[in-house]
Write a protein that binds this ligand. Structure first.
Ligand code: FES
Length: 226
């Protein structure tokens, strides 16, 4: 786990006031376990907390439908609940349909999550997307090959960074004021607006970890203003 974070105990879980659906999926997770004959598997970690999870997929090679999906989580209640619900949502769908299901749709399906726990649903959705992309790469299904490194694609990636104070991503909150890319060096300007400056470091770290993982990135510089 990252500095300053810790796993929740049962008192913490109750104190977070989870919805009935979250508690149901947390206590009775669907599709949890190992998919022995998985065609592809992806493991991902959350930059926000350092927790990890794995998702395995069984895919029909002709229709590209997800025949089966299972997850293993070393994350918290929110992560287990989101992984449970998002795996239910994608089972039986084609890869193209599954790619349209984002972390916020899964959180909505759970009737919401506490703002500070939204990054846990990002982890579940991102691990699923990584498994899909890995399968697409293995089978030459990526149209036009790898995505180019562009301000537009970086902005899309920044939609996975949650402002922990509001539980909304920094793009939707209009906190991203500028993105430039030159020879692999990415510069991003963030306005904290009314957000407590106490979250500045964690937002910076998350941006750096997400963007550095993008293909072609050599360096990331994040600047903040009020
Ligand atoms: Fe790490 Fe939820 S706190 S996944």
């Amino acid at each position: 786990m990252r500095r300053g974070s810790r796993h929740l105990n049962s008192d913490d879980v109750m104190a977070l006031k989870y919805t009935k659906k979250v508690m149901d999926h947390f206590l009775h997770p669907r599709n949890m376990g190992e998919l022995k004959d998985a065609d592809v598997e992806a493991t991902d970690g959350s930059p926000a907390c350092g927790d990890m999870m794995t998702i395995g997929l069984k895919i029909d090679p002709k229709t590209h439908k997800i025949l089966d999906v299972k997850f293993k989580s070393y994350g918290c209640a929110s992560n287990i609940a989101t992984a449970s619900v998002i795996t239910e949502m994608v089972k039986g769908r084609t890869l193209e349909e599954a790619k349209k299901i984002k972390w916020n749709a899964a959180a909505e399906e759970l009737d919401g999550l506490p703002p500070v726990k939204m990054h846990c649903s990002v982890l579940a959705a991102k691990t699923l997307m990584d498994a899909i992309r890995k399968y697409e790469k293995m089978h030459g299904l990526l149209e036009g090959g790898e995505e180019e490194l562009s301000a537009e694609n970086i902005r899309l990636e920044l939609r996975n960074i949650i402002n922990p104070e509001m539980g909304i991503d920094i793009v939707r909150l209009k906190m991203v004021k500028g993105i430039s890319v030159k020879k692999g060096v990415v510069k991003i300007r963030i306005s904290m607006g009314n957000t407590d400056r106490v979250y500045e470091d964690s937002i910076r770290e998350e941006i750096e970890e997400h963007v550095k993982a993008m293909r072609g990135v050599k360096r990331v510089e994040v600047g903040f203003s009020t």
